[in-house]
Design a protein around this ligand. Structure first.
Ligand SMILES: *Cc1c(COP(=O)(O)O)cnc(C)c1O
Length: 376
């Protein structure tokens, strides 16, 4: 009997301890974890440096509120602005909350009210971020949704053009759609999208909650494209398991987020920003990102060679964010993989999604590819 609302269909696994890419359950069974807490523990579980910095901060001060100056918050913001095209940061506690902040900032700055997002997108579960999400199953039972959102077709610039009018404040997009099936944006489309935004005074928001913090081999995935978004939203990997989110925006947006315009009690608290600073000092090192890129290529090559089953339709993704699109439902396969000690995610009914820790070894990638080949 559980006293928790049954919002999640949980797996039959209870984790006792975890280290790197290995989880141990309460029956002492070991798993190779290619879920990373859904793209959160990018540095692997129980990372020594992140742990050390959080413990150091625990010994000093946990929480003070944003009425105070917070040095770890300044440091984390500096690192985010140094590694993006943004100039200022607002900290919050999750991806959904980051997207809420981005929506508010775009509306306030432009004085317009519509936001264009995409079919099959995922932006979170709060009312605004859910309304931005272009998936019926996420909306079910909650209507009417906010009227400010319209959904274009991913990678189809004409579908965006047809929604543009003088009330559009922003376009919100995942550079690689995550929950919606691991669909990378097409470079020509992304450049055309940026141009369309610039021509119409529309802000470009990239939701990098899943794709950021080194996941694709760049600090943020938009860097694979020749674009410079106005607002970048980060969360998931930013704290390696410590809850934190961030809205990163360009200089011109500064006045729109003046004193009293937005806020969060916990946002950017000392513990969370100590964790985030420690994460970024590891992940944003050029050698680290290069390793992610190399391992991503290696893993993609292994999968392409080994997954010869006709059940596999397409393998796609970037860096260590990989989707294996199948011709049927993947749920039963994920269960079978768990029995064999391998943990993977789905993205929609037909896609196996792999988000290993970015610290994964070549041996572990080989082991994963072998289990996948076997089960598929
Ligand atoms: C997970 C996710 C979110 C929501 O993040 P939460 O921390 O669960 O609120 C938003 N956008 C994208 C792209 C995500 O993958």
């Amino acid at each position: 009997m559980s006293s928790i609302f049954p919002t999640y269909a949980r797996w039959d696994v209870t984790v006792q301890k975890a280290d790197g890419a290995i989880l141990v359950d309460t029956n002492d069974k070991e798993y190779l974890d290619f879920t990373s807490g859904i793209g959160v523990c990018n540095l692997g579980h129980n990372h020594p440096t992140v742990k050390e910095k959080v413990i150091e901060q625990l010994d000093q001060v946990w929480h003070v509120s944003n009425l105070f100056h917070i040095p770890t918050q300044e440091q984390a913001a500096m690192m985010l602005t140094e590694h993006t095209c943004g100039d200022y940061v607002f900290f919050c506690n999750s991806g959904a909350e980051g997207n809420e902040g981005a929506i508010k900032l775009a509306r306030k700055y432009t004085g317009k009210w519509k936001i264009i997002s995409f079919k099959q997108s995922f932006h979170g579960r709060t009312f605004g971020s859910m309304s931005a999400t272009g998936q019926d199953k996420i909306h079910e039972g909650y209507g009417p949704l906010l009227p400010s959102f319209e959904y274009a077709t991913f990678n189809d610039i004409d579908s965006v053009k047809s929604l543009v009018d003088d009330q559009v404040a922003a376009v919100m997009i995942e550079v690689i759609q995550g929950e919606g099936g691991v669909h990378p944006a097409d470079p020509v489309f992304m450049e055309a999208l940026e141009q369309l935004c610039q021509e119409n005074g529309i802000l470009l928001i990239v939701d990098e909650v899943q794709t950021g913090i080194g996941r694709t081999g760049k600090a943020f995935a938009y860097e694979h494209y020749n674009i410079s978004p106005d607002i970048i939203v980060s969360a998931k990997g930013l704290g390696n398991g410590f809850p934190i989110g961030a809205v990163i925006g360009k200089e011109k947006l500064k006045e729109a987020f003046g004193p009293g315009s937005h806020g969060s009690t916990y946002g950017g608290n000392p513990l969370a920003t100590a964790a985030a600073s420690a994460v970024m000092s590891e992940v944003f090192r050029p050698e680290f990102l290069k390793q992610v890129e190399e391992n991503g290529h290696y893993f993609m090559k292994l999968l392409t060679e080994k997954l010869t089953s006709s059940f596999v339709k397409e393998i796609k993704g970037k860096g260590l964010m990989i989707g294996i699109e199948c011709t049927g439902e993947v749920g039963p396969l994920l269960t079978q993989m768990r029995e064999e000690g391998f943990l993977a995610l789905s993205a929609g009914p037909n896609v196996i999604r792999l988000l290993p820790p970015l610290t994964v070894t070549k041996d572990q990638l080989e082991k994963a590819a072998a289990i996948l080949a076997d089960v598929l």
